[in-house]
Design a binder for this molecule. Structure first.
Ligand code: SF4
Length: 160
């Protein structure tokens, strides 16, 4: 039986990005020959419309949003933290139902980002940290890797 892998839906060509587009990645899609790729978009699952205004975590990481120390703010100044936390919980529920060990998530996103995210100033600056969903999954023992870490993904998938 094929192992299930959770994947940011935009990487598989789903038009769930804030601007109505996607981040199709052929290397990630090619994993479908050996694994069941389960597409999820935490922002849509959290009730955000598509298209939507971009949002960034203000002064913090996903972890800080979860404990109320930072907020996810839309570019027009609206606090969308609740949507992002709800989306992360929905994704965690799907991950548990499908016995997920690995999630491949889109880099830099305030939901999906792993390792680096935007700093909240909407100016393209990156800081260390994960998005809200990436942190929730990691806190629950799921390995999270960015689509940019194809070497690490292959290494993880070769494990016994
Ligand atoms: Fe892609 Fe994640 Fe953004 Fe959805 S929330 S569009 S899956 S990066």
């Amino acid at each position: 039986e094929k192992e299930n892998i959770l994947v940011s839906a935009c990487l598989l060509g789903v038009n769930c990005k804030y601007n109505g587009g996607n981040n199709y990645n052929s290397e990630i899609k090619a994993l479908a020959s050996k694994y069941n790729l389960i597409p999820v978009c935490p922002e849509q699952l959290g009730g955000c419309p598509t298209p939507r205004l971009p949002a960034e975590i203000q002064k913090g990481s996903g972890r800080d949003v979860l404990c109320g120390k930072a907020k996810v703010m839309r570019k027009d100044g609206v606090d969308v933290s609740e949507n992002f936390v709800k989306g992360a919980k929905e994704v965690l529920n799907i991950a548990k139902q499908t016995n997920i060990k690995l999630a491949i998530l889109k880099s830099k996103s305030p939901s999906c980002g792993k390792g680096k995210i935007y700093d909240g100033t909407f100016s393209g600056n990156l800081i260390d940290g994960n998005g809200v969903t990436a942190d929730v999954l990691e806190e629950n023992g799921i390995t999270v890797l960015s689509e940019k870490d194809i070497d690490k993904i292959e290494l993880f998938l070769r494990r016994d």
